[in-house]
Design a protein around this ligand. Structure first.
Ligand SMILES: Cc1cc2nc3c(=O)[nH]c(=O)nc-3n(C[C@H](O)[C@H](O)[C@H](O)COP(=O)(O)OP(=O)(O)OC[C@H]3O[C@@H](n4cnc5c(N)ncnc54)[C@H](O)[C@@H]3O)c2cc1C
Length: 294
């Protein structure tokens, strides 16, 4: 793995939007799908556990970190190719806001609703991220996934089950690239729509703060997680420096030096308060890595 960039014992708090998380044994930064293949094969040969991370915008990493290798796509897997006919190919580490701006500049519409999500293409495909009535799965033509041996498979969208904040690929592994199909629009119209939606975000969600977005999934029916938490009195509640945002009760924010344990304790309090008041069990949307006491 000589030419592949790797850092040892890096604190994952530097790689998550929440700014929380202990160290990983190593963090590797592939530059191409071929390097992803190489890393997976090398980790497998060494018998080491490997996790994949994009922008870390939906992740809570424990304070003790993870005894594993973390493959981080965000730094270098960032190529975008416009292939004509409204089709665009993006590598897994491409940030959604950048993809949305590049599409808008090319007069392509579809992804602008997701332009305020601070995640990567790979993370968004894994979570079927969505906003303002659009989910990334609806815009997807195909996805390339590197399996446990490192072999890369191109999977057509019709063979993928895109659900609510979850995706089931017929091959499990690391998303390395994807093809999207957008529609034609004027640059001005796409930028104006982006502006409006991002303004809405700024008003309704914590903006420029350390957060991992929605803490809990919305229940399948009835009130959303934010409304349930609010009714249970959790808006603004804190544990240490972790806090349910004043702007949106389902957004957890790190007001300074919050720990993963603070976050977990606050999550457990939120779940109990909602269960006691409404009988609903909130299920975390945020992905958790490592060991937690709570
Ligand atoms: C301010 C803010 C606003 C947000 N708004 C929204 C919103 O409107 N809608 C929404 O859906 N989400 C939202 N989110 C949540 C989050 O941004 C999305 O879930 C995003 O798609 C996660 O992408 P990521 O690259 O950060 O993934 P990460 O957080 O790095 O990882 C998330 C999961 O995906 C896996 N993963 C990441 N990359 C890959 C890959 N290449 N291959 C395989 N698995 C991978 C990880 O292992 C992990 O399980 C918001 C978050 C924040 C902080």
């Amino acid at each position: 793995m000589k030419s592949i960039e790797v850092s040892f014992h890096m604190k994952l708090r530097d790689y998550t939007t929440m700014g929380i998380g202990g160290a990983a044994d190593r963090v590797v930064f592939p530059r191409s799908p071929a390097e992803v293949r190489e890393i997976i094969a090398a980790e497998r040969r060494a018998g080491r556990t490997a996790y994949t991370m994009g922008a870390g915008s939906n992740l809570l990493v424990s304070d003790a970190g993870v005894a594993a290798t973390v493959l981080c796509t965000k730094k270098h897997l960032s190529k975008v190719v416009f292939v004509g006919g409204h089709s665009v190919i993006a590598e897994a580490g491409v940030m959604l806001p950048r993809l949305a701006v590049l599409c808008a500049l090319s007069g392509l519409s579809g992804i602008e609703g997701l332009s305020g999500i601070p995640g990567t293409v790979g993370g968004a495909l894994t979570m079927n991220a969505g906003a303002y009535g659009r989910r990334i799965g609806e815009l997807t033509d195909w996805v390339e996934v590197a399996d446990a041996e490192g072999e890369i498979h191109r999977i057509e969208a019709r063979a993928i089950r895109f659900g609510y904040r979850e995706t089931e690929f017929p091959v499990r592994g690391v998303v390395v690239r994807a093809g999207f199909r957008f529609s034609e629009a004027t640059r001005e119209a796409v930028f104006e729509q982006m502006r409006q939606w991002n303004e809405k975000r700024r008003v309704n969600q914590p903006w420029g703060e350390k957060t991992f977005g929605s803490t809990f999934r919305n229940p399948p029916a009835g009130e959303g997680a934010g409304a349930l938490l609010e009714r249970a009195g959790m808006r603004g509640e804190r544990e240490g420096e972790a806090c349910f945002s004043e702007k949106h009760a389902n957004f957890m924010v790190n007001r300074g030096r919050a720990t993963a344990s603070d976050v977990r304790r606050l999550m457990a309090r939120g779940q109990k308060a909602v269960r006691d008041l409404s009988g609903v069990t909130l299920v975390p949307e945020v992905k958790m890595w490592g060991e937690f006491d709570v």
